[in-house]
Write a protein that binds this ligand. Sequence first.
Ligand SMILES: Cc1cc2nc3c(=O)[nH]c(=O)nc-3n(C[C@H](O)[C@H](O)[C@H](O)COP(=O)(O)OP(=O)(O)OC[C@H]3O[C@@H](n4cnc5c(N)ncnc54)[C@H](O)[C@@H]3O)c2cc1C
Length: 391
Amino acid sequence: MENTSLKAYNTFGINVAARWFSSFETREELEELLSSYSGGTIKIPSGPAGSGQKSETRPTKPGANPSLLILGGGSNLLLTKNFDGLVLKNGIKGIELIREDEKYVYVRAGAGESWHGFVQYCLQRNWAGVENLSLIPGSVGAAPMQNIGAYGVEIKEVFYELEAWDLQEGKVFAFSLNDCEFGYRESVFKKKYKDRFIILDVTFRLNKIPKFRTGYGAIRQELDKMGVHELSIQAISQAVIHIRSSKLPDPRQIGNAGSFFKNPTVAADRFEALKALFPDIPGYPSADIVPEYSSGAKNEEHPGTTTGKNSGFPMAGVKLAAGWLIEQCGWKGYRRGDAGCHALQALVLVNYGQASGKEIYDLSEEILQSVQAKFGVTLEREVNIVPPLGG
Ligand SMILES: Cc1cc2nc3c(=O)[nH]c(=O)nc-3n(C[C@H](O)[C@H](O)[C@H](O)COP(=O)(O)OP(=O)(O)OC[C@H]3O[C@@H](n4cnc5c(N)ncnc54)[C@H](O)[C@@H]3O)c2cc1C
């Protein structure tokens, strides 16, 4: 389809258009679309895949460098303007038990499966490991992109391998756990392989014997409230669903993409200095690399920033709550036009209706600057800005 509105395809509800839009349900369809697109023409199926309807071939821009956006559920995207290229919605479906042993099941899911649908599929079969990740919007294929995480669990803990189409080499490669270089909301696909691979399917290694994780957030209190006496993965999932539904704005009601920023990690000495200035500042032990230690940069304005002593040595630090920092800067509940910072969750930026992606981006920039000025902490956006803005 040509000049298609993407409003229904992104949870922010931003109304921009794609120059070309199509979807694929198999590897073969993907290959066909890609080869026709890069060849200067695009074959647009005029009916659903497999419907037998005729396709039409249209010229694109010969010689131009075609831009491509792979879309899952559009729940981690901020679209900043019309997309002058091809948007491909991943519709590869299917969940399959590959093999099992005494302790584990190995389950492969198509990238176009809904993530929460996959979680429910596992819960029904008593396969443990993803219950804490219930109700995260989006697709299976996007989950490894940022190593989705919630309530003390990240998908890297149950990830086994994935297969992805290499746009450069034109063939499929398998990625093991190590290959993916997972970190906090990070993977190799957001760094050195950014925009190079299309994830086709993901294989998970799930536990037959559950290891319950109830220590994070309000899970335990919620289980008590629910009157749960015997712990199960189904009960944990329900508790997570209750908490999430009460805390996070539903994108069907208010456009948003969940947490807009990542929780930053600072060095332990830096945290102590911040605590002296802001006694209520929350901080949690973190295994993430402290950026200021890896750069060795010293911040003159804000006491406690790393000195030469440990510079150059990535070390564990303290994770700060980005939502708290933003709230302290007075942004919670702020609204300008239709762009705003949610009244209950300062970490979530929202579109009340007609905001443009640029308006939301500009608001995020102001928030980022104010947190930097007050705390000397640089926030990083978690949401993918497409196309990117700023420097
Ligand atoms: C209300 C709400 C709550 C959320 N809570 C959480 C949370 O608790 N934890 C968390 O980690 N995230 C959370 N998110 C963010 C989001 O749900 C996840 O990042 C999710 O994995 C995005 O999936 P998607 O299919 O919507 O990706 P999209 O938004 O469609 O895409 C995200 C990025 O991945 C790329 N991409 C998508 N599919 C593929 C593919 N198959 N191959 C290659 N690249 C691909 C896209 O090009 C884009 O760059 C939340 C979002 C919302 C709206």
